[in-house]
Design a protein around this ligand. Sequence first.
Ligand code: URP
Ligand code: ZN
Ligand code: ZN
Length: 468
Amino acid sequence: MNDSAHIELVVHGGTVVESDWMGEADLYVADGKVVAVVAPGGRPPEGAESAYRIDATNRLVLPGGVDPHCHVGFTSGEFTSLDNYRECTTAAVFGGTTTIVDFAIPRSGQAPLEVARAQRDQASEGLCDSALHASVVDWDNSVPDQLRLLAAEGIVTVKMFTTYRGESMASADTILKTMQVLNEVGGMVVIHCESNPIIEEDQRRSSERGQIGAAHMTTTRSELAETAAVAEVLAIAESIDAPVYFVHQSTPAAIELVAAARRRGVRAFSESVAHHLVLDDRSYAGEYPERFVCCPPLRSQATVHAMTKYVFNGEITTVGSDHCCYDTAQKEVHQHDVREMPNGLPGVETRLPVLFSEFVSKRGLSASHFVRISAANPARANGIYPQKGSLRPGSDADIAIWDPRAEWTVGIANLHMKTDYTPYEGMNLIGRPTVVLVRGVVVVDEGKLVNNSARGRHVPAGPVGQLR
Ligand code: URP
Ligand code: ZN
Ligand code: ZN
């Protein structure tokens, strides 16, 4: 510890949970960073007597969540999701997430570098910090230098899509070339995998049957479409020894492909998102099927059940939210034709409570494993660990103090996302954050926003290419 650091804050009496250990300990904070973690009986650092004290008795003390997949003000087709950095990060901190990773996706004719810089500049409006994925859709000779400049500015992950023709879909050739450049600069492609030809054919047939509305979402995007695209992209990455991170994997088949590649030495990683682990396609038979339209779609009960194993066995590297803050009105406009609908579900605020409740409280996942997949591994995969996703000395004092026994019912009236619905409405959960700190400042205290100053910073990423 820096001798001159003035201890401002002590979080005492709680159980500190890191991704690789947990135990009773007091956390000491100075200048917005953790400076000491002291087990009972240990010697507190000097100068801590006058520090502000937060009692965490009977609470878990977690590193704030890192959401590796969060769309802020995302435009797709004619729709833009409804939140900005301030609104999205407000919801994030209420849910215990203190770092979001957003996307800068170029529209036709836009340069990835300019789009990423503009998106990055919004970080300062946030209540918490953020990192950013750039994106490449079309290849031209300027792309390699743009990617090199982005890497030098701390943006090393690049989102690509194998679907959404005419919007953000990239060719296999562009994916390979992007991976090659990122391999040079310690970067990594993060990719949405669904085979577009299979999907377009699925959709054509569904449309012919008159079944192209939201209630028929599952038949328009098959599990096979996901498996096929994952296999192709894995082969591309393996052929040039490039790392690759698959976003929102929703099926055991897709996860197994990635796990098998990893066993062969490929640097390949599986992200899943909360709704694919908890919700299933019965939602499309309910009153508001449009509210559940996302890509990949919610899968069958059997598939969702089978995904549990991969949370426990570690094959799922990270769990994100894939937050897209559309409201019901936007979802309803084209509810009779999913090809025209805005895809995606609001979830930045519910990701951690839902995951904790369904896996830690109800199925016995260890709290350390929860931290690993929801904070530490997302930070690692984005080159911002251990500044984020950890509470070791030197890490930012982003802290979620968590009541593991709190029982509550999810309802949009008590959430803060800029929409009028949550896909988890009425779900009974166990566990929630009670106090949330961003770089040592209490922002949420017992359900109240107690500091709403814009304090967000863009967190530059270090290399991620060596991740194993
Ligand atoms: O349905 C989704 N996931 N919408 C957001 C964009 C994307 O594909 O990640
Ligand atoms: Zn996607
Ligand atoms: Zn997404």
